[in-house]
Design a protein around this ligand. Structure first.
Ligand SMILES: Nc1ncnc2c1ncn2[C@@H]1O[C@H](COP(=O)(O)OP(=O)(O)O)[C@@H](O)[C@H]1O
Ligand SMILES: [Mg+2]
Length: 488
């Protein structure tokens, strides 16, 4: 709360009530007495006038009125006849001189000058100071009809007393007003600052980027309008910052992708160079050998030429595979799908392999659930898949020299399994073998002319078809499999 608007408001309102109370107290002490005097005098004149109009030589007619006026002014009324004899007078008068004896005492309240003025028809007001008690009275004397005189006397002490009482009372009123004012100031500052404190809380959490807190709008005053504006600002900021974050995330992802692309591009170039290095240096070496005629005999020359042709073939295969892969991975490759008999296609491919299988003494079995099975796919690309997988099986078959091809009929799919007896593929390599240029055993791959592109071509083709594929080790066999959409 220190230095807060609430404290300032509280101090302000309290000071204000102190000033108001003090000011009214000063005014009171300074002017109340004078005001009382003025009022008293005015009243005396007013009553004198009233008596003048009502009086008609018979005091008894207005006796009751005179009594009530005496009560009002807190003093005494005396009426003297033309001979100076008291025809009406209060008790007070009697112990000064006595009633009906030509009262010189009532007259003695007036100065000579005053008495003359009254006798000449003027109404006068004078002060009388009691010689023994030293008390002061206001004395009004007025002429009545037939030379009668009205004398009204009101003690000033009663005025002073009333003023003192009023002043005392005013002090109590002041203290009570101050206490009430302070209390109200406290309540008021609390009520006034509560929404401001709430607004501040909302703004503070906004500064910490927490937009969950909202101002509870209660009415339509300026503070609540500010609350509404802050709520609106909070919503706007929330959406903008979230959008910004999303955009930033996308940008980061793009940068990451770009980085990965750049990395794979570099890897690709280095892989291609590496693949080409060996055949090029071999071709170069053997060609130079031929030119420099290091060897004379025909047989050796033929061997040199065979090496050169063989290496050139490998380079040719590499370039063809690369072109193939880049075509498939370009993103706009269009498959030419058609329905065809998968058993017939497999048989046709196997026929081409018969000489090599015979030469290497490999047994190949084909099992088909249904020889009439048709699939819907790009026949040329599927042939490529099967050729690649059979090639791998031939290159990796072990001494048991057995290869199996299973064609399985499922509900919506046809599954092809190509299985060769051989060494299991380590679990951690199973994902990597599908990457370009990846070979588990590099020197072995070189012997059979492997580029490490075969399985990545298979993967690309099957991904384009949206078909599943995979590899698993079963006992002493390795099984590669893939699925195709069944034509029904
Ligand atoms: N039938 C298989 N048995 C064991 N390993 C295999 C088999 N087929 C593929 N591989 C492994 O996967 C790698 C990648 O195969 P591939 O992409 O066809 O390249 P390449 O045949 O040119 O070596 C091979 O180098 C080999 O290590
Ligand atoms: Mg291969």
């Amino acid at each position: 709360m220190k230095n807060s608007i609430g404290i300032k408001l509280f101090i302000g309102i309290t000071l204000f009530s102190i000033i108001i109370v003090s000011f009214s107290w000063v005014l009171n002490t300074k002017f109340l007495e004078d005001y009382y005097f003025k009022k008293k005098q005015e009243n005396l004149f007013k009553y004198a006038e009233a008596i003048q109009t009502m009086y008609s030589n018979n005091v008894n007619d207005i006796d009751f009125t005179l009594k009530s006026i005496e009560d009002s002014i807190g003093g005494n009324i005396t009426i003297l006849n033309e001979n100076g004899i008291e025809i009406y007078g209060s008790m007070f008068m009697s112990h000064r001189g006595g009633k009906g004896k030509g009262n010189p005492k009532a007259m003695s309240l007036l100065t000579k000058k005053g008495l003359n003025k009254v006798l000449s028809g003027e109404t006068i007001l004078e002060y009388y100071i009691h010689p023994r008690f030293n008390t002061m009275s206001l004395v009004l004397a007025a002429p009545l009809i037939n030379g009668n005189i009205l004398i009204m006397e009101s003690p000033v002490s009663s005025i002073k007393e009333s003023v003192e009482v009023a002043k005392d009372f005013h002090i109590y009123i002041g203290i009570i007003s101050l206490l009430a004012g302070t209390f109200l100031a406290f309540i008021f500052s609390k009520i006034f600052t509560k929404p401001i404190i709430e607004l501040n809380k909302v703004a503070k959490s906004m500064a910490k980027l927490d937009f969950s807190k909202k101002y509870r709008v209660k009415n339509d005053d300026e503070i609540n309008q500010l609350g509404k504006t802050i709520n609106y600002l909070s919503d706007k900021l929330d959406t903008s910052i979230s959008e910004l974050n999303r955009a930033n995330k996308r940008l980061m992802d793009d940068i990451e992708k770009e980085r990965e692309l750049e990395k794979s591009r570099k890897e690709f170039v280095s892989n291609v160079s590496h693949e080409l290095k060996t055949p090029i240096s071999l071709i170069q070496g053997y060609a130079e050998g031929l030119r420099d005629s290091v060897i004379e005999d025909e047989e050796s020359k033929n061997f040199y030429c065979d090496v050169i042709i063989d290496e050139a073939k490998k380079m040719d295969k590499l370039v063809k595979d690369l072109l193939n892969l880049s075509q498939l991975e370009a993103g706009y490759y269009q498959l030419q799908k058609e329905s065809f008999n998968i058993y017939k296609l497999s048989q046709k491919i196997i026929d081409k392999y018969l000489p090599i299988l015979k030469e290497r003494n490999i047994t190949l079995q084909i099992n088909c659930d249904n020889k009439k099975l048709k699939v819907y796919a790009d026949i040329i690309r599927i042939e490529q898949v099967i050729v690649n997988l059979i090639n791998n099986a031939i290159n990796h078959v072990d001494d048991k020299k057995t290869i199996k091809i299973n064609i399985r009929d499922y509900i919506e799919k046809v599954k092809i399994e190509i299985i060769n007896t051989g060494k299991a593929i380590p679990e951690e390599e199973m994902d990597k073998i599908w990457d370009s240029f990846y070979k588990i055993d590099k020197s072995r791959a070189r012997k059979y002319g492997g580029t490490g592109l075969g399985l990545s071509i298979v993967k690309s083709i099957l991904n384009l078809h949206n078909n599943s594929f995979g590899v698993s080790n079963i006992d002493d066999e390795v099984m590669f499999w893939f699925e195709m959409d069944k034509w029904v």
